[in-house]
Design a protein around this ligand. Structure first.
Ligand SMILES: C[S@@+](CC[C@H](N)C(=O)[O-])C[C@H]1O[C@@H](n2cnc3c(N)ncnc32)[C@H](O)[C@@H]1O
Ligand SMILES: [Zn+2]
Ligand SMILES: [Zn+2]
Ligand SMILES: [Zn+2]
Length: 476
């Protein structure tokens, strides 16, 4: 699967590759000519044109076809939109079929899937399986569906086996041994699955590209994206940010209060929190030792201690690796941890766009219609002046779902920014959280329907799907 283009360096000169294969007027077929070139590429191209030769240049860096994204007919010629291996889809290019070497299977499969026959043939099944077993990122979902279909098993049951991709692949490849007569019995389901798989390819590609994009400007550990559930792609217009931003509020850090301890860990009662009549937040392992609702005052840039002070935790950023994943309980995206988290350990901060509460009211109405909210009130003080909105700007915490029995607790934290109305929102583990567990917190959403009009009273409540034993049934 490759097309040959561009040039390769050989010693002091260049080798140019001239392909006569497709020239119908050539009586003699010359497969490949290599000449040491003393001329520029442009000169050579002109000479070839003069001689009526097809000019193509060739590189050591071969371009491999990853997949066909689309097709069209232009001036009676069919062109395919090619996604190249190692390049993102923005670099895809329209290519005629002659430019695509060793891509016959791929083109055949693409064309046939566009106009599928009512009865599948062996070749199509072979192309489908070959692609499914080798394509990256792996498509666990289609593979699971295929196993469920050929072994007449329940998908949930296969999921519960937690098979590795290699095991799933081994099982799915058994389809190649199934006699045609037997396959004919599942012809329609198989055809549906092939079409589903084509859609999944594009979804997985867009999610993979999103994963690369969000990790480019991300200072926390690498964030993974996983969708083994459906055809949902990346959320529209969402921008990944590490720190809160605002065009409404000045977020410039400015600490008035600071400590002069020699060792903050040993001077717990005289450190920063003391100036606010509050308690030192962390134990010697930097685990939180305050009950929910208590404020955290960390050391700041003006304190005499250094960056290793144990009273600097949230400001040092997220240390755990997380994965944004598609939930299977109907909650949309969720967040899971890829590292174990100890009780009291800092997990991550809630970042987003800091807006005034008036703006938040307006946005809340829009989000209510969508049935989704990304608003987090900074309401440590009784009067809530500001809200963090992570609908368009946020970090991985934007994907944390609600649970009535959560494993994270939220705390208000002040470090360099000491405005009582502008705390950082930080999540700490309420209990030991195991690798792979979904992260959740209690949204504690207020039921605004009591304070609003009749039409609000009638609006539908959002059913809670947390599945915990003490579930309160509704989010609001
Ligand atoms: C901050 S977002 C969490 C990420 C969200 N699941 C997504 O796909 O983008 C909050 C929204 O997720 C959904 N959600 C979160 N927890 C839920 C739960 N326990 N039950 C039902 N929906 C939930 C609701 O639509 C809620 O407004
Ligand atoms: Zn101190
Ligand atoms: Zn300190
Ligand atoms: Zn619940």
């Amino acid at each position: 699967m490759r097309t040959q283009r561009s040039l390769s360096k050989v010693n002091e000169g260049f080798d140019y590759f001239i392909d006569y294969n497709n020239n119908a007027n050539q009586t003699k077929c010359i497969r490949e000519v290599r000449v040491k070139c003393l001329q520029s590429l442009e000169d050579l191209k002109r000479i070839c044109e003069k001689l009526g030769l097809k000019f193509d240049y060739y590189s050591e860096e071969t371009m491999l076809v990853d997949m066909i994204l689309d097709d069209m007919i232009l001036e009676n010629q069919r062109l395919y939109l090619i996604k190249w291996q190692g390049y993102d889809s923005a670099h895809s290019s329209w290519e005629p079929v002659e430019g695509l070497i060793n891509c016959e299977d791929m083109i055949y499969f693409y064309d046939t899937m566009k106009n599928p026959p009512s009865i599948l043939n062996e070749e199509m099944i072979f192309c489908f399986i070959k692609d499914l077993l080798t394509r990256k990122p792996y498509d666990y979902l289609t593979l699971t569906k295929l196993c469920a279909l050929i072994f007449k098993l329940d998908e949930k049951y296969i999921n519960s086996l937690k098979l590795s991709f290699a095991d799933l692949r081994k099982k799915a490849s058994k389809i190649l041994n199934i006699p045609t007569a037997k396959l004919n019995k599942i012809n329609d389901e198989l055809l549906n699955l092939m079409q589903f798989s084509e859609k999944r390819k594009l979804v997985l590609l867009s999610l993979h590209e999103w994963e690369i994009k969000i990790n480019k400007n991300n200072f926390s550990p690498y964030v993974k994206i996983e969708n083994n559930v459906d055809l949902e792609g990346p959320p529209m217009d969402f921008n990944f940010i590490s720190d809160c931003i605002s065009s409404y509020v000045d977020l410039t850090p400015h600490a008035l209060v600071y400590c002069t301890c020699k060792d903050c860990g040993k001077n717990r009662n005289g450190c920063c929190a003391h100036y606010f009549d509050d308690q030192f937040a962390y134990d010697k392992h930097r685990r939180l030792q305050l009950p929910p609702g208590y404020p955290i005052y960390e050391c700041n840039d003006r304190c005499k201690c250094d960056k290793n002070c144990i009273n600097r935790v949230v400001q040092c950023g997220q240390k755990i690796r997380v994965c944004i994943f598609r939930t299977s309980n109907g909650c949309g995206w969720g967040l899971k941890t890829l590292d174990p988290i100890e009780k009291g350990q800092f997990a991550l901060e809630y970042t987003g766009e800091v807006i005034t509460s008036n703006h938040a009211e307006e946005r809340a109405e829009v989000y209510d219609h969508l049935g989704r909210t990304y608003l987090f009130d900074l309401d440590y003080e009784e009067d809530c002046l500001y809200t963090v909105d992570s609908m368009l700007y946020g970090n991985a915490s934007r994907f944390i779902n609600h649970s009535c029995n959560p494993n994270l607790e939220t705390y208000s934290v002040w470090a360099n920014q000491q405005d009582p109305n502008l705390p950082k929102i930080a999540f700490f583990a309420r209990k030991k959280i195991y690798r792979g567990e979904e992260l959740t917190f209690d949204y504690k959403m207020e039921d605004s329907r009591n304070t609003k009009g009749v039409s609000d009273l009638e609006k539908e409540r959002i059913l809670c799907m947390c599945n915990s034993r003490n579930c309160k049934k509704y989010l609001v």
